[in-house]
Design a protein around this ligand. Structure first.
Ligand code: TXA
Ligand code: MG
Length: 323
């Protein structure tokens, strides 16, 4: 049985939080809202609890988890911070930035997928922060979807994938950013790697660092292990459309469209967004909605532009389309 508890995300009820923290402390799984997507949380320092995450998600055990923290000094106790990492943490935390750094021994190998590094971030959501601090332990949390499915951005999405598999869901409504955090490797401060584009724009990080983020080469060990797998996919095909090119072949009576511009053909369901941020915010929920409405395929606009959250959207779309 999965218990679903409503919570006011920005002003969480301490009694609800302590109920959830009790589950975390006793080794159970709690799904909770962050500013990006819902996380599937467990005590990051307890390998038995963390193993349950892999089982519930059907996730390959070599794909490491992000440790979520609620205070800056917690980072120092978990990983070997350097000055570049501290600067980024001070500037962007709480927020959608995940830092990969050399792990200290207190982080179980299960949590970090057997690697000598670990990923940490401080989420920008009062419910998430209260849950972490009340639990008194860092919380390991991947996105709260079955492995390969679109990340849930509301409690209904979590329930669809996780009902009966986890102890509790904190329902704090829809998340703000809609795609996952940006993951960077800061192990070598002279060459900071962008492992996964996401909620924090690359140029914001580059502006603070006074340098460009490097791309890990495709067979580098430094690649984010998670990026090897097909991801974010609805159960129906996803085709990409660039506004300047020909609209993909589709069955108009049953196709669904998502994007920023009017498509040049009629489709059965059309979801149009007014800004890049709104598109990112609604992307995964739109995937799930079009699937539930019985569409046979999804045509998604592949956004142009080098700035802001567009790089993260393009990354998710390419993976969803399986190209
Ligand atoms: O916004 C987010 O990041 C959400 C919320 C819940 O915080 N979490 C999330 O977790 O997206 P997950 O597990 O779905 O993605 C974590 C990514 C994966 O691509 C994983 O491979 C990478 O971070 N990662 C974790 N630890 C790493 C490490 N030590 N080295 C390289 N990549 C790592
Ligand atoms: Mg995920």
């Amino acid at each position: 049985m999965t218990t679903l508890l409503k919570i006011d995300t920005t002003n969480p009820d301490p009694r609800t939080i302590s109920q959830a923290a009790k589950v975390i402390r006793s080794g159970g799984l709690v799904a909770f809202p962050t500013e990006t997507v819902y996380g599937l949380g467990a005590d990051a320092l307890n390998p038995e609890s963390v193993r349950k995450i892999y089982t519930a998600k059907g996730r390959p055990s070599d794909n490491p988890l992000i440790l979520h923290i609620s205070a800056h000094q917690q980072a120092e106790s978990l990983v070997h911070m350097n000055d570049t990492a501290r600067l980024l943490a001070r500037t962007f935390w709480p927020g959608p930035l995940t830092l990969v750094l050399p792990a200290k021994d207190c982080i179980p190998l299960t949590t970090r997928g057997g690697l000598d590094t670990a990923a940490i971030r401080m989420p920008d959501n009062p419910t998430a922060l209260a849950l972490i601090s009340t639990s008194g332990t860092p919380i390991a949390a991947p996105s709260a979807n079955l492995s390969g499915r679109p990340s849930p951005t509301d409690a209904q999405g979590v329930l669809a994938d996780m009902d009966g598999r986890i102890a509790m869901i904190l329902d704090g409504g829809s998340t703000r950013v809609g795609i996952e955090s940006t993951v960077i490797d800061v192990t070598d401060p002279k060459r900071v790697l962008l492992l996964r584009p996401g909620g924090l724009a690359r140029e914001e990080i580059e502006h603070v660092l006074f340098m460009s983020l490097a791309q890990p080469d495709s067979n580098s060990k430094k690649r984010s292990p998670g990026t090897r797998y097909r991801h974010y996919s609805p159960s129906i095909p996803v085709k990409l459309w660039n506004v300047d090119s020909v609209f993909p072949d589709c069955v108009q009576d049953s196709a669904g469209f998502i994007g920023l511009h009017q498509p040049p053909v009629n489709v059965r369901v059309k979801l149009l967004f007014g800004s890049m941020e709104a598109y990112a915010g609604a992307l995964f929920a739109a995937f799930r909605q079009l699937e539930e409405e019985g569409c046979s395929e999804i045509i998604a606009e592949y956004p142009a532009g080098s700035s802001g959250i567009s790089e993260g959207i393009r990354d998710r779309l390419i993976r969803a389309a399986g190209d």
